[in-house]
Design a binder for this molecule. Sequence first.
Ligand code: NIG
Ligand code: FE
Length: 402
Amino acid sequence: MVVDGIGLLVTNRPEVGEGPLGLLRDAAVVTEGDRVSWVGPATRIPEGATAPRLDAGGACLIPGFVDSHTHLVFAGDRSEEFAARMAGRPYGAGGINTTVAATRAASDAELAAQAGRLAREALASGTTTMEVKSGYGLTVADEARALRIASSLAQDPGLPSVEPTFLGAHVVPPEHARDPDAYVELVRGPMVEACAPLARWCDAFCERGAFDADQCRKVLAAGAAHGLGLRLHANQLGPGPGAQLAAELGATSADHLTHLSPADVDALAEAGVVATLLPVAEFSTRSPYPDARRLLAAGLVVALATDCNPGTSYTTSMPLVVALAVREMGLTPDQALWGATAGGAAALDRQDIGSLGPGDRADLVILDAPSHIHLAYRPGVALVRSVVVGGRLVVDRAPAAA
Ligand code: NIG
Ligand code: FE
């Protein structure tokens, strides 16, 4: 495929274009199979690269969004809880069990249909890769089922690609409320054994009301022993040991990071843990936003993701995440775009996505806008015109009339 007529191309490959975003003007992209084979000025498209042709019409083309944190497999609705929160009730981790009950009661087909609907919604707003967590089953069978449903999304070439994560340590389910440590033993024993073959990552929720540092350490050590990469929900609802634990274990990513001490920031930077920020979780729990600039200044890699879940962040929209990160977390539009693409790739330890150079996966988005700055400048406007996943055009909307 030849994509030409690109007014502004964001490659995230500084060796290919200008600045950290590797910008090229009046550019073209050539793909072969599921990969990018060439990027450069439109006047120099290699001979022989012809049909099919996709004309960007002078618009901006970016790498597909990499949403490195979602809880897509669930059933039920918590809009009443949201409304109560907006009326002043505080958020606590306990609401998770409302969704656990609904998820356990749902059929496989219902869960798959709901996850598929959300994945299509994400695709339409430009997401081409998404991490998908279990965590609303919390029995061996229900966690494995959630991961099988996540992988079934991955089989559909018309959907974003999926990175599945085992989150058995999301919250203690009601049947173990009197003995949380017995639940931790279940998670780090039979549950991880059943789930590790279905996942690439292991996550845990380190928070008051969920799991403490020792419990998370045990679960993550078991995940690592089964070959899973590590990530952690850390310091979301208050200060706590999560960030230090992520650093201690060399986790690939620590997520949320709403309440960090200077020592936490230093530890994360020293250990090279990616900081994944989830601004819609702050938006939807009416919490203060973390300062992303402070993390960048400390040398951290900052990724942006949706945290799509029915409790704290029921959105699939990476453009909304970008807009909030710019407005509320102090990122420039360039930094936010990078965080939502290359940053997400770093949080998933992937070198072949989140950027558009030769050899990268052909995951790209044509915006209905002249530059990526419009993602923050025009908040709430659907600016995604076309989406290509693995070299296949899967979303194609006519541009808005001039
Ligand atoms: O990332 N922090 C833990 N899990 C979710 C919330 C899940 C829920 O409330 O259902 C989060 O915010
Ligand atoms: Fe989360």
